[in-house]
Design a binder for this molecule. Sequence first.
Ligand code: GTP
Ligand code: MG
Length: 207
Amino acid sequence: MIIRSADFIISAVHPKQFPSTPVPEFAFIGRSNVGKSSLINMLTNRKLLAKTSGRPGKTRTLNFFTINNEWNLVDMPGYGYARASKTDREKFVQIINSYLRTRKSLVYLFILIDSRHLPLAQDMDFIIHCAEMQLPFVLVFTKTDKCSKPELDSNIAAYSKKLNENFESLPPIFLASSMSRNGRDELLAFIFEQYALYADMVKKLGN
Ligand code: GTP
Ligand code: MG
């Protein structure tokens, strides 16, 4: 599991700009400021690959990165950013939905959740929306360095309970901190495993 290269491809503001070469893709989404861009930098070991900010609403386009020239990571704008103008918010929703609905090469969506909070309606609604679209997704609880172990356990237990009310089985759950780099190995192992499975399936379908 070695990241040999990580390069920026494009900031898309329109679906027409999504890269047309169909390579396996892993996309990162979640509320504004949850740590999507930071997680991409932590996973790729590139401090400045994705732009981050202490102020919510930093990522405003769909940013595509190619890893090892084999698969892509996609950094998305945050959902539910209250301070963006209504027009901007509508634009984000449109481009995010267009990506989620049409992107055939999306292998897994990583839905990021701030581990410091009890379940938020906004996150639960988005998770349910993704499940309804039959998207393959995992949950990543972020910023675990800011949370005590008991707090983390009880927040995740509360999430699991809510999820169990809505789903028959739980999605894979990861814990991550871009600060301490906890969770990096597990997330990369998952990505590489899913990449191999996907590449294998494409090869078989192609034959
Ligand atoms: P938008 O692009 O605005 O939607 O935000 P984002 O989800 O991409 O968040 P970003 O990565 O820009 O991080 C937001 C803030 O949280 C920054 O100040 C980061 O330094 C901080 N941050 C991100 N991840 C972590 C983490 O794991 N631990 C700590 N302590 N801070 C983090
Ligand atoms: Mg961002």
